[in-house]
Design a protein around this ligand. Structure first.
Ligand SMILES: [Zn+2]
Length: 70
């Protein structure tokens, strides 16, 4: 099975993923809801969404995001 669905801990903060998991908008990290919330509050979140949309429109498979800069 995909590591994304089997890993127990958040790639970013190491927190438990029991409460839910999601893919980062910035890279391919599997992150917890708290980290997702933090991403959404970043000022470059909109840019990350736009770049992802462009990649999808171009038919890019497995787009890995603009990169996460802490
Ligand atoms: Zn986390």
């Amino acid at each position: 099975m995909d590591k994304f669905f089997t890993q127990k801990y958040c790639d970013r903060c190491g927190g438990d993923l029991a409460d839910g998991r999601t893919m980062s908008m910035f890279n391919t990290d599997c992150i917890c809801k708290k980290c997702k919330q933090a991403e959404m509050e970043r000022k470059d979140y909109k840019l990350a969404c736009e770049e992802e949309k462009k990649a999808v429109e171009k038919g890019v498979k497995n787009y890995s995001g603009i990169g996460y800069k802490p």
